[in-house]
Ligand binder design. Structure first.
Ligand SMILES: [Zn+2]
Length: 264
């Protein structure tokens, strides 16, 4: 009996036998990973999960139409949001708990013909953990593993939405607020909180959040009570649509590169 294969790119829509039949060692399992965490008074807790899932779905659909055998796996929504531990509503896992979850999902994938796992990440707090997971999955199960940001805005880390955020718009700022206005306007509060850019950190030469050589430990309440790091002032759905498209373009292009990746 030939397995029934529905016309979707979602792993969990397939039957087990269909999955074995349609996938191969060329297939790519793409896992959106986000967070359920405080995003200021104006954005939903599931902002990062929403963005990661929307970007992943659009990118996979695009590259699948070109013949790349990519599949979207169910999203990971509870993640490493310990920097927002203080804010009610945040639902977070210890890093070690999340690492085990990622390893165990990879272990299950390794029982299928699929040999490549890609994490598309909507939450900065997961970045280092995903690097750790990539190597665990490589060493333990021989999988090819990759992780990338959902790539909103011009910078892949989503920090250059507007120049006057000075590279500090990392959380609930202009980019994220605009993108949620584009994806789910009904979830954005009509009143936006004020600018909250850590100007002293922006003026530092080495210490900073992204692409800076000196890292520092922080929790989001170190920068004030709103949970915003950046400037959502003037955010709008039109710019959000543009930022979203840069994310889909970036993830699509990265998947094309992963499809032709070789170690040697
Ligand atoms: Zn976020």
């Amino acid at each position: 009996m030939t397995a029934f294969v529905p016309a979707t790119r979602r792993w969990a829509d397939l039957s087990g036998p269909a999955l074995v039949e349609v996938t191969s060692d060329r297939s790519i399992a793409v896992i959106p990973i986000g967070a359920i965490e405080h995003h200021g008074p104006h954005l939903p807790l599931r902002t990062d999960a929403l963005v990661a899932q929307a970007v992943t779905a659009a990118a996979v659909e695009r590259v699948a139409a070109e013949g790349i055998d990519a599949w979207v796996l169910p999203p990971i929504e509870y993640a490493k949001s310990d920097e927002h531990h203080w804010a009610p509503g945040t639902l977070w896992l210890e890093g070690t708990t999340l690492l085990e979850q990622l390893v165990e999902i990879g272990r299950s994938i390794s029982l299928t013909p699929v040999r490549t796992v890609v994490f598309v990440n909507g939450h900065g707090g997961n970045v280092m953990l995903l690097g750790w997971a990539n190597r665990e999955l490589r060493r333990r199960f021989g999988l090819r593993t990759f992780s990338m940001p959902s790539g909103l805005g011009g910078a892949a880390d989503g920090t250059d939405g507007r120049p006057d955020e000075r590279g500090q718009g990392i959380h609930a700022g202009y980019v994220e607020t605009s993108v949620v206005m584009h994806l789910a306007p009904e979830l954005v509060a009509p009143e936006l909180p004020p600018r909250n850019v850590p100007e002293k950190i922006a003026a530092m030469r080495y210490i900073g959040f992204n692409r800076m050589p000196v890292m520092f430990g922080w929790t989001s309440d170190d920068f004030g009570p709103t949970g915003v790091i950046g400037d959502p002032t003037g955010a709008n759905a039109e710019d959000g649509g543009r930022f979203f498209e840069t994310g889909v373009d970036f993830v699509s292009d990265a998947l094309r590169e992963i499809d032709r990746f070789e170690f040697a």
